[in-house]
Design a binder for this molecule. Sequence first.
Ligand code: NAD
Length: 259
Amino acid sequence: MTHLKEVVFVTGAASGIGKQIGETFLKEGKTVAFSDINKEKLDEVVAEYTKQGYDAFGILCDVTSEEAINTAIDTVIEKYGRIDILVNNAGLQHVSMIEDFPADKFEFMVKVMLIAPFIAIKRVFPTMKKQKHGRVINMASINGVIGFAGKSAYNSSKHGLIGLTKVAALEAADSGITVNAICPGYVDTPLVRGQFEDLSKTRNIPLENVLEEVLYPLVPQKRLIDVQEIADYVSFLASDKAKGVTGQACILDGGYTAQ
Ligand code: NAD
């Protein structure tokens, strides 16, 4: 695959991990379709990279809509005649105990973080199978391998996403396609910073002490993961070097789940 300019589609790419993944692929000389529900941020991100001469473009897409996902992927394939790498990254958080969490919100989160990746994989597989090459990377979480009180929908989605990863990997194993999940621990992004603000309020801890008092006792490396570390792992899984890695939940968590 190294002789072709590879085409990448990333969901939730206007912020945090998704943005860094897109940037990393651009720097490798790939074409990247940045996709997100947030038009303003998406336009900013795409403008930032096109101004630097990179081959980036934006596709507005709310992943809760099957039609929107299909249209976005079809647009990429029609424009470039191929799609090499799909990164199912869009996600959001909640903290609420099961008794207080409405079923429709649970369903919504599962739609964003589990149903959407299923739809996207379903749409890219025929093209990837024709190409006899493809890489799918699903952004799961350590919450996909352990439990966490207050995150029923998030954990259920991420556990399900790892199951989907294994099944999709098996169904495409003889077609030159790999499917893997990355399970990050705490990564320094707006999503996680938002959680710290909530924690600071609910536990009455000054915001600047949240890392020291709440997070570091849980993380052996006593640090947040940088978005570039996740992007580098995604880049490895998308490369020929990782052609034998498929159906795996790849954990990058500073030692959190080793305890
Ligand atoms: P982020 O909030 O910085 O970015 C998430 C992006 O997803 C945003 O740009 C948002 O607009 C987009 N998005 C949300 N709903 C969408 C929808 N319906 N359609 C399209 N786009 C939508 O968050 P992040 O920390 O970069 O998280 C990215 C992924 O990584 C998520 O799936 C998250 O669960 C996962 N993750 C993050 C961490 C962490 O510590 N930050 C840890 C483990 C897993």
